[in-house]
Write a protein that binds this ligand. Structure first.
Ligand code: NAD
Ligand code: UDP
Length: 336
């Protein structure tokens, strides 16, 4: 049995489905701080399986202890975290308490229950503003906000734990920019409140929920002047987790890998790909740069391919098409 924390969130829900399709047994936990219980019904419809799920907080030891008593958990994929960069600067204690407190609580209970196989949701933001792209895993680590610090500290805690007991096996997965949705249009990204990230904002403008997209600067040192990122289809990312937990279960040594496509696309590339899919122009306005933004970065994903046999295969067009299907079938997300 694999425990997924943050199981009903954006990446968790897509990973849950791919794990079930690959024949794994899964139990999920989530406190719904940034997700909806409707996800569970959608996942049951997509997988044709009854789900094991508990509503609860990973910071609560009693809940986790009960979960480990009830199920023979062999490994954990830990998604549960708060992830809004701006909010993390405004409320750092909340972020350290939830992301670090939850991790420590989980690791303690895993240790007590003799479970030492772990997949950690890290992030490209541990690299901060990388000196060069493609970014390799041995690049300098210098996160620029409290959220990114929680990811680097999480990695550090796990590395110390591994050093203390070689039975721990950890996959440190550094995600680049996940976008898109499952091709069914039944599950997708549904951020609470106003989104901050590019793809859900472009979707909302395309759907008429917002008037226009603010482009944060067109004078960056990039080919068209707008910011460049490595967007990865969330289903490709989910499959990276299936490969990672299978790798860990096989007893191979811990690994740290970038999960990205290795290709950088600009804000304008994303807008144009969306326009192609939607068949109408997306209104944009160039405004000042967003504080803390960086011009360009994209992954070198070759280590993930070499060690996990994993490679992202879905194109930007497919990311936008699937994202748009999710948006148009669920105009108000899971509240639709
Ligand atoms: P998400 O917010 O959609 O999912 C996280 C889930 O965790 C949510 O369902 C939330 O309700 C739950 N959660 C948060 N704190 C919890 C707690 N204390 N107890 C139980 N559940 C809790 O985010 P996501 O995009 O699916 O991200 C998943 C993981 O990947 C996070 O750790 C995030 O930091 C990391 N990550 C995300 C991105 C991205 O761009 N989406 C990039 C890099 C890393
Ligand atoms: N971006 C933008 N307008 C928005 C949101 C984002 O121009 O409303 C740009 C942002 O400056 C960056 C890219 O889109 O160049 C991706 O931003 P996002 O917040 O999605 O990811 P991150 O910057 O955290 O990698």
């Amino acid at each position: 049995m694999i425990l997924l924390t943050g199981a009903t969130g954006y990446i968790g829900s897509h990973t849950w489905l791919e794990l079930l399709l690959a024949g794994h047994q899964v139990v999920g936990i989530d406190n719904f701080v940034n997700s909806s219980p409707v996800v569970l019904k959608r996942l049951e419809a997509l997988s044709g399986k009854k789900l094991n799920f508990i509503q609860g907080d990973v910071c609560d030891p009693i809940v986790l202890e009960a979960l480990f008593k009830k199920h023979a958990i062999k490994g954990v994929i830990h998604f549960a975290a708060l992830k809004a960069v701006g909010e993390s600067s405004a409320k750092p204690i909340l972020y350290y308490e939830n992301n670090i407190g939850g991790l420590i609580n989980l690791l303690q209970i895993m240790q007590e229950n003799d479970c030492r196989n772990f997949v950690f949701s890290s992030s490209a933001c541990v690299y901060g503003d990388p000196e060069k792209s493609p970014v390799k895993e041995d690049s300098d680590l210098k996160p620029e906000n409290p959220y990114g610090q929680t990811k680097l500290m999480g990695e550090q805690i796990l590395r110390d734990l591994e050093a203390s007991d070689p039975r721990w096996r950890v996959a440190y997965l550094r995600y680049f920019n996940p976008i898109g949705a499952h091709e069914s249009g039944l599950i997708g990204e549904d951020p609470m409140g106003v989104p901050n990230n590019l793809a859900p904002l472009v979707s909302r403008v395309a759907a008429g929920r917002m008037d226009e997209l603010n482009i944060y600067g067109d004078d960056w040192d990039t080919p068209d002047g707008t910011g460049v990122r490595d967007y990865i289809h969330v289903v490709d990312l989910a499959n990276g987790h299936v490969k990672a937990i299978e790798y860990i279960f096989s007893g191979k040594p811990s690994l740290t890998v970038n999960l990205g496509t290795g290709v950088g696309y600009s804000v304008m590339d994303v807008v144009r790909a969306y326009e192609d899919v939607v068949g109408q122009p997306i209104r944009c306005k160039v405004i000042d740069r967003r504080p803390g933004d960086v011009a360009l970065y994209f992954a070198d994903p070759s280590r993930a391919e070499a060690l996990l046999g994993w490679k992202a295969v879905r194109s930007l067009k497919q990311m936008c098409a699937d994202g748009w299907r999710w948006q148009s079938q669920n105009p108000l997300g899971y509240k639709s």
